[in-house]
Design a protein around this ligand. Structure first.
Ligand code: C2O
Length: 599
């Protein structure tokens, strides 16, 4: 028989063993996401929204680097749903990438699917969102990957503070999606910070709630920003405070000091903010940015929140003003501030990435030059044919890459399944085309005279565009360089380009037309930032490089919803490698089937 102290000692020993083992072994982070419709009231209006677990934004997924994430998605909404883990590298788990009709058929109403993947080799802030139609406007949440044993390359922050910039939509999002191609009025009703519209919005005198962050003087806060908006890039400031950017897209950057952040849809950012101001109240502001006219103008969206110090001094009136301090924001048409902000970031690479950098520095196997713009296709099946353009209703506007507008005609099988079955010789034919590696013709891409969409406008002869399911195939381990050129073709927006399944180095960005002879010399091959979304500047370009080492079918697209919905997208097909651990395993058994779809 064991004596009491002996039993206690034994118990303690096993407890200690358990702790020791769990710090070595990666954990499983498990969630159940119930997707359901719910009524929410904002701006005097009751709106039916589709959300996860009754929350907007949805639940946070918090993991430690190396963990396995398991999410059971139970779909009780009337829509087919997928969940994409934006920025997760998904090494050998392309099946869990959640890109609708690219990697899986949507999870049909009243069915379920479990996503399983690991979060390895990346630390910081990412996010998850639905990847079907525009439903991601309300189906999204943050995904935080903390370093093992809390070892940040900077002093450990006192607290994590998610700052999710989103939009509040009062329109039916599935209708909004259809409206893009008919160019209806399709704007959100408001901007939001963490689901709160903020006190600048009111309806019949009822002021909307603001997101409030309580801080303690002297402490350092880690703001984890996500831009989950469908439409706009945002500037973000907190009055009286400065920021140190330490990470972007779950990759560390050299600490960068600034008082303004610029964040495009799809981007995420880790930012330290020291609460070092007099203990008062300070407004935080998120302001939408847009290209100036003659680009079509939409309303400006501003969401305001509050930073409030705890234990405010008794005689606060002597230190603090009556009103909370408000930051002075850049102009909403200011595209220079975001250009410099993004251009100033440099990477701080963890050891494992040095060899990647060497690989992209020493060898380029594939070079793509991709123009991003808008063109038109003829309506009514007359795709290649001639029709009136320049805004005529014989044609309709689409977005493109190299004058091909991405379009999925296949409704019965995802591209990844089609590829998988082809490899296993059951024939499933999906007609795909190779994405052209250069534009069909060279013109002055950034000529402002191309913007106006008018009969006889300068851009009219450049409009003709095709629809196709484009794919670009890469051999396993190929080093790929892509130069994205934002054009002035019928609009002059910036373009936040996102690649699934791979992070890439951003080597350079510039204004005007890319010129290899001049611009290759400006590439940063020493400490480029690593990202999954690059904000390609308005009327400018950006050059990225990555190693195509993760087999699968990976969506690559602009993260402006209007652009993705109208075709500024393609798929990178990455081949299997020679070994088992470089080969995509078979699909999970519960992968949804499209045959459930009733048309
Ligand atoms: Cu967040 Cu395909 O993207």
């Amino acid at each position: 028989m064991m004596t009491l102290p002996m039993a206690a000692a034994t118990a303690f020993f096993f407890l200690a063993l358990l702790v020791a083992v769990s710090t070595v072994l990666a954990a499983i982070v498990e969630h159940t996401f119930v997707v359901r419709q719910m009524h929410m009231q904002h701006l005097c209006k009751d709106t039916l929204v589709t959300v996860v677990n009754g929350q907007f934004p949805g639940p946070a997924v918090e993991a430690t680097e190396g963990d396995t994430v398991v999410v059971h998605v139970i779909n009780q909404s009337p829509y087919g749903i997928t969940i994409h883990w934006h920025g997760v590298k998904q090494r050998l788990t392309c099946w869990a990438d959640g890109a609708g009709m690219i990697t899986q058929c949507p999870i049909q109403p009243n069915t379920a699917f479990t996503y399983r993947f690991t979060v390895a080799g990346q630390e910081g802030t990412l996010w998850w969102h639905a990847h079907v139609a525009s439903l991601r406007a309300t189906l999204h949440g943050i995904l935080i990957i903390r370093p093992k044993s809390g070892s940040y390359p900077f002093q450990k922050p006192h607290m994590d503070v998610p700052i999710i910039i989103g939009e509040w939509w009062q329109k039916d999002l599935t209708e909004v999606e259809k409206g893009y191609l008919n160019s209806n009025d399709n704007d959100p009703a408001a901007a939001a910070i963490n689901g709160k519209l903020g006190d600048l919005y009111n309806c019949s005198g009822v002021v909307e709630n603001s997101y409030v962050l309580e801080v303690e003087r002297g402490k350092t806060y880690m703001l984890r920003l996500v831009n989950a908006a469908l439409f706009s890039e945002y500037y973000y400031k907190v009055a009286g405070h400065r920021f140190t950017v330490v990470g972007v897209d779950a990759n560390y950057v050299k600490p960068y000091d600034t008082d303004v952040l610029a964040i495009a849809p799809g981007e995420t950012m880790d930012v330290l903010m020291v609460a070092d101001a007099p203990p008062c109240r300070y407004n935080m502001v998120a302001l939408s940015i847009q290209a100036p006219a003659p680009d079509p103008q939409i309303q400006t969206f501003v969401s305001r929140g509050l930073v409030r110090y705890k234990n405010v001094a008794v005689n606060r009136t002597r230190v603090c003003s009556e009103q909370a301090l408000t930051p002075k924001m850049p102009d909403r048409h200011d595209t220079a501030t975001t250009f410099f902000f993004h251009g100033n970031l440099t990477g701080s690479l963890p050891p494992g990435h040095q060899s990647l950098l060497r690989q992209v520095r020493d060898r380029v196997d594939e070079r793509l030059f991709i123009t991003l713009g808008q063109g038109s296709i003829c309506k009514g099946g007359n795709q290649e044919g001639s029709c009136k353009r320049g805004g005529s209703n014989e044609s309709m506007l689409v977005a493109y890459m190299n004058n091909v507008s991405f379009h999925l005609s296949e409704k019965t099988v995802s591209l990844l399944e089609a590829r998988w079955h082809r490899r296993n010789t059951t024939t499933i034919n999906v007609t795909v085309e190779e994405l052209p590696g250069r534009p069909a013709r060279v013109f002055n891409f950034t000529d402002l005279a191309l913007i106006p969409l008018i009969p006889g406008g300068k851009g009219e002869e450049l409009e003709p565009t095709r629809k196709a399911t484009t794919v670009r195939r890469f051999a396993h381990n190929a080093t790929v360089e892509v130069v994205f050129q934002s054009t002035a073709a019928l609009q002059s927006d910036s373009n936040p380009m996102h690649v699934h399944g791979h992070d890439f180095f951003v080597l350079a960005q510039g204004k005007g037309n890319y010129d290899a002879a001049r611009d290759v010399g400006r590439y940063n091959l020493v400490d480029p930032p690593m990202k999954n979304t690059v904000q390609v500047p308005r009327l400018g370009w950006a050059a990225i490089r990555f190693v195509a080492d993760n087999p699968g079918m990976w969506f690559m697209h602009c993260h402006f919803e209007y652009h993705i919905a109208t075709g500024m997208a393609t798929v990178f097909q990455v081949d299997d490698g020679p070994t088992l651990d470089t080969t995509l395993p078979p699909p999970p058994l519960d992968l949804p089937k499209c045959s459930h779809i009733k048309e």
